[in-house]
Design a protein around this ligand. Structure first.
Ligand SMILES: C[S@@+](CC[C@H](N)C(=O)[O-])C[C@H]1O[C@@H](n2cnc3c(N)ncnc32)[C@H](O)[C@@H]1O
Length: 270
């Protein structure tokens, strides 16, 4: 199932490899869900889906709650607001403060902005206003088929705007926890991490691992994606994780359309 959102760092291109390695369990916990490419493509009885991006979680909740109104409003936006001018009009409406309460319209505006902005970068400035630039795509695809796919799994999902610590505190016996955090910065790859959001330093990576180990002690199985930096690999190995190499392609700079072959890792502790 293809996600209906465009999201920097999404795992859709390697989902076959990730889902083949995913351990079995009752509940899947997607701690850093982003586009949702991973939870939408693994089979569990139920799903706890979280991310600290408020806009993103609000959008998932609203698409789940109001599918028919959401689809018709967002289609009308795609049809009626074309080109750069149309994009700036919708962005201005989205950034107006007096919109609270009209949730379905706001969620539809977010889908429109996600699909029309530059590379799906959903970025707010310090004043809290969305300031992602226009994407200049020749054709913008309305992801109706992908949204219908999402509706088949949505009733099994609960969406939460939580930081990873709160989400991991929920995990225990019967759960499979998947973490796809901002990657550890590699000394030779400043551009990769810059492109896919703020890279995490070692302090944050260690804190995440510590919380994962606590969840594992409570009975959860843990799966973590990360870059193949030597430091990260030895950190996970020393904590008893099995390391799988996942060949992938990544944009090498924000301004570039070329993709370089790189390795990610999938670290698993059952
Ligand atoms: C690499 S992306 C995840 C991509 C996702 N697996 C997909 O396939 O689309 C990392 C996500 O982590 C989220 N994030 C960053 N810091 C976080 C934190 N402290 N707690 C929870 N989520 C966080 C970001 O909002 C972003 O959506």
């Amino acid at each position: 199932m293809k996600p209906f959102l465009s999201w920097a760092g999404n795992k859709y291109s390697v989902i076959g490899q990730i889902s083949a390695l995913m351990p079995k369990g009752e509940r899947f916990i997607d701690v850093f869900c982003g586009s949702g490419a991973v939870f939408m493509n693994v089979k569990f009885d139920k799903y706890l889906v979280a991310d600290m991006n408020e806009d993103l979680i609000f959008l998932f909740q609203e698409v789940k709650r109001n599918p028919v109104a959401f689809t018709s409003i967002s289609r009308a936006l795609f049809d009626n607001f074309k080109g750069q001018d149309g994009y700036h009009k919708v962005r201005k409406m989205f950034n107006q403060k007096d919109q609270s309460g009209i949730t379905t319209i706001k969620a539809a505006q977010m889908l429109y902005l996600n699909k029309h902005c530059y590379n799906g970068l959903f970025r707010r400035n310090l004043k809290g206003l969305l300031n992602s630039p226009y994407g200049h795509r020749e054709k913008v695809y309305f992801p109706e088929k992908e949204m219908m796919g999402f509706h088949t799994i949505a009733p099994l999902c609960e969406f939460y705007c939580w930081g990873y610590e709160s989400t991991l505190a929920q995990a225990g016996m019967g759960d499979v926890v998947y973490c796809d955090p901002p990657y550890a910065k590699k000394p030779d790859a400043a551009m990769f991490t810059q492109y896919s959001g703020a890279a995490w330093g070692m302090t944050e990576q260690l804190k995440l691992l510590e919380r994962c180990m606590q969840a594992h002690e409570r009975g959860a199985k843990i799966v973590i994606s990360n870059s193949d930096s030597e430091e990260i690999i030895s950190l996970y190995r020393s904590a008893g994780f099995l390391i799988h190499m996942i060949p992938t392609r990544r944009k090498i700079a924000a301004a570039s359309s070329s993709r370089a072959k790189v390795m990610d890792i999938l670290a698993i502790k059952e």
